[in-house]
Structure formats: structure tokens, C-alpha cells
Ligand binder design. Structure first.
Ligand code: HEC
Length: 143
């Protein structure tokens, strides 16, 4: 009697271990799925990326002016002539820099080609003068 009780106990605790492992697997897979899924629904906030990395030379609204209206050294993204140029060269400059990263730094370690492309077509070419590029879409450029 005692032996069979032991066996049952072992089976029970074995069963417990198996279900623990199963729970762990489910948790891990769940975690992975959440990570992959989160990547999908929340891609890198390119507007925030611009605000942090590019505004210093290209201006808060992309017009290459500082708060007091002084000319900054970057490209003016609100210039209509510039907007008509193809995206490819711009993506190349963003990833590789200009004048060997001296005039403009290279961002290939921080942006994928796809992100650089979206930065050009969805952000830079679509901003209105006077509207700050940042996580909040229609923010006014602080005066
Ligand atoms: C240190 C200053 C500096 C920073 C920071 C900077 N740039 Fe530039 N960028 C420049 C300069 C200078 C040019 C060249 C302007 C010109 O040719 O008249 C330029 C040019 C460009 C061009 C135009 C390329 C072309 O051929 O039309 C793009 C697009 C661009 N920058 C995007 C960005 C983006 C996006 C960021 C942030 C991820 C950024 N830049 C950060 C200085 C900077």
C-alpha cells in the first residue's frame, strides 16, 4: 500500500513538474509572440528619432532654422525643389552620411534602410513649415 502511495506521489509530483515546464514554455512562447507582435504594432517612432537626432542641424520643423530664425547647416526639408528629388539619394545620405560623416553623420547603425526610407517619404517630405517634427504630430515650433 505504502509503495503504491509513493508511486502515486512520484507520478503526481512528476506531473506537477511536467505542467510546470509546460507553463514555462507557454510563458516563453507567449513572451516571444508579444515581442514580435509589439515590433509590428509599434515600429520605431521616426518622428521622435528625428527630434532627438536630426533637429539640431535640420531644425525642429525641418526648415533648417533655429528658434531665433538663424540658418542651420542642414538641408531645408520644407523646400519644394528638394521634395521633388528622388528619395534614393536622401536615404543613402541618411545611412552613410555626407562628406564622410563630417557634414552629416551616418545613421546606418541606428536605422534600417526601410526606416530611412520612411523617414524621408513619410516624415521629411510631409512636414509643414512651423510644425515641429516630434511624437505629437501638430506641435507648433516653440518661439
Ligand atoms: C551635424 C549636423 C547634421 C545632423 C545631426 C543631421 N544632418 Fe542631415 N544634413 C546635414 C548637412 C550639412 C547636409 C547637407 C546639406 C546640403 O547639402 O546643403 C545634410 C543633408 C541631409 C539630407 C539631404 C540629402 C540630399 O542629398 O538631399 C537628408 C535627407 C538628411 N540630411 C537627413 C538627415 C536626417 C534624417 C538626420 C537625422 C537622423 C540628419 N540628417 C542629421 C547635417 C546634419
Amino acid at each position: 500500500m505504502k509503495r503504491s502511495g509513493d508511486v502515486a506521489g512520484m507520478v503526481r509530483s512528476g506531473g506537477l513538474r511536467v505542467s510546470c515546464l509546460l507553463g514555462l514554455c507557454v510563458a516563453l512562447i507567449g513572451g516571444l509572440m508579444v515581442t514580435v507582435f509589439a515590433e509590428d504594432v509599434a515600429p520605431k517612432d521616426l518622428r521622435l528619432f528625428y527630434q532627438k537626432n536630426c533637429a539640431g542641424c535640420h531644425g525642429l520643423d525641418g526648415a533648417a532654422r533655429d528658434a531665433s530664425g538663424g540658418k542651420l547647416n542642414g538641408q531645408d526639408f520644407t523646400d519644394e525643389r528638394w521634395r521633388k528629388e528622388s528619395d534614393a539619394g536622401m536615404v543613402k545620405v541618411i545611412l552613410g552620411g555626407k562628406f564622410f560623416g563630417w557634414a552629416m553623420p551616418a545613421y546606418k547603425s541606428q536605422l534600417t534602410k526601410d526606416e530611412a526610407q520612411r523617414l524621408v517619404s513619410d516624415v521629411l517630405k510631409k512636414t509643414a513649415k512651423g510644425k515641429a517634427i516630434g511624437p505629437t504630430v501638430q506641435e507648433e515650433v516653440p518661439k
